[in-house]
Design a protein around this ligand. Structure first.
Ligand code: F2R
Ligand code: MG
Ligand code: MG
Ligand code: MG
Length: 340
């Protein structure tokens, strides 16, 4: 494709939606256990012969519902992130379609924001879990539009905007850091950073969490496991890296899936690079839609739309909106960079 940026932005938005829709039906369907690759291959074979008239569509869940509102918010405000605009959009989206599978506690934030007309968009999130804040992965799962919006800007700007988008629902540092790590990972995937530099940069970011020792030590531990597993081509990391709804137990798993699937995986040899990333992410089990979506955003950004098989476009809900949003963000980013 002539327009590499459009390829990558479309791949990113599509990858996130597809990971969510394909992982959705399996979320916690095997308890907290992982899935064998054979199960994933069987599941994915169904999609080859999919007929929407007969089979319907796989619906997207809260992951996509929130990510698209983040993208719409940035497309509306154009030069910055407006937390009140974003909070209103999350609340309206939730009230339109409450059955998208939201986290159990985050809905309290929406109700409080609604009652207060989002006057303090960060207030209700601070009250969660006896003021500890949520460490769920809900801020990380929706953050990829921030990485696209910040394309060509500094890492500091990217991390600040990821933080500002996260705190509307998640004020626990582990939840916020998870969103920053995911934003940085997507941003590097959009830049086509190779796996060695990617991992080194991620580790450097974790080391910079110095005023936040818990995040630094716990995320560093995950990246150490990841580095060893990548060196030995070990794929079975659900127990060591986690597969739960906490950011700490899902963001590193998605990053690992993206990096590991850059090399061939014998049992997934028939799949494209994009597809094997999503298959590996879903094979973690547990929070499959979210790990699938976060890994899908990175893989789509890295390989581009060209690596996303066309048959999935008929299988999954929301793909055409995702393409339109990606195109809008490409245009916006170009305009903003030109006016700087
Ligand atoms: N909600 C789901 N899936 C259903 C969960 C299945 C269930 N566990 C099962 O076993 O069947 N999916 C969606 O939720 C995740 C994103 O959640 P988000 O937006 O972070 O929500 P929330 O409610 O803030 O946090 C999620 C849960 O994490 C635990 N938690 C968070 N912070 C905590 C804290 N400080 N102390 C104790 N627990 C904390 C709570 O259990 C929260 O409810 C995605 O998977 C999305 O797909
Ligand atoms: Mg979900
Ligand atoms: Mg960049
Ligand atoms: Mg989930």
């Amino acid at each position: 494709c002539e327009d590499e940026l459009q390829e990558r932005f479309r791949g990113c938005m599509l990858g996130a939606v597809l990971g969510d829709c394909l992982g959705g039906p399996l979320e916690f369907k095997n308890g907290n256990n992982s899935f064998p690759f054979s199960r994933l291959k069987r599941e994915f074979r169904l999609y080859d012969a999919w007929e929407p008239e007969r089979d319907g569509v796989l619906e997207f869940t809260d992951d996509t519902a929130m990510a698209r509102q983040l993208a719409y918010s940035l497309l509306e405000t154009r030069t910055h992130l407006d937390p009140r605009n974003l909070a209103r959009r999350f609340v309206d989206e939730y009230h339109r379609e409450q059955g998208r599978g939201y986290g159990e506690a985050v809905t309290e934030v929406f109700e409080k924001l609604h009652k207060s007309d989002c006057r303090d968009p960060y207030g209700p999130a601070k009250e969660q879990f006896k003021t500890e804040g949520s460490f769920g992965n809900g801020a990380a799962m929706r953050v990829h539009p921030v990485a696209m919006f910040c394309h060509g800007r500094s890492r500091t700007e990217l991390l600040e905007m990821a933080d500002a988008s996260a705190r509307i629902t998640h004020s626990h540092q582990l939840g916020v850091r998870g969103a920053q790590l995911q934003a940085y990972a997507v941003s590097m995937a959009l830049d086509g950073v190779d796996s060695k530099a990617f991992l080194a940069n991620m580790l450097e970011l974790v080391e910079s969490f110095s005023e936040d020792p818990k995040s630094k030590h716990t995320y560093r531990y995950k990246f150490e496991i990841m580095r060893k597993a990548l060196a030995t081509k070990n794929d079975d990391l659900a127990i060591a890296l986690g597969n739960g709804v906490a950011a700490l137990h899902s963001v590193p798993s998605a990053i690992f899936s993206f990096l590991r699937a850059q090399s061939p995986i014998e049992q997934l040899r028939d799949s494209s690079r994009f597809v094997r990333t999503v298959q590996l992410a879903i094979s973690f089990g547990g929070d499959t839609d979210t790990i699938g979506s976060m890994a899908g955003a990175m893989a789509g950004a890295y390989y581009g739309e060209v690596d996303v098989p066309e048959n999935f476009l008929d299988v999954c809900e929301g793909v055409y909106d995702a393409i339109k949003q990606a195109d809008g963000l490409v245009k916006l980013v170009r305009e903003n960079l030109d006016s700087d």
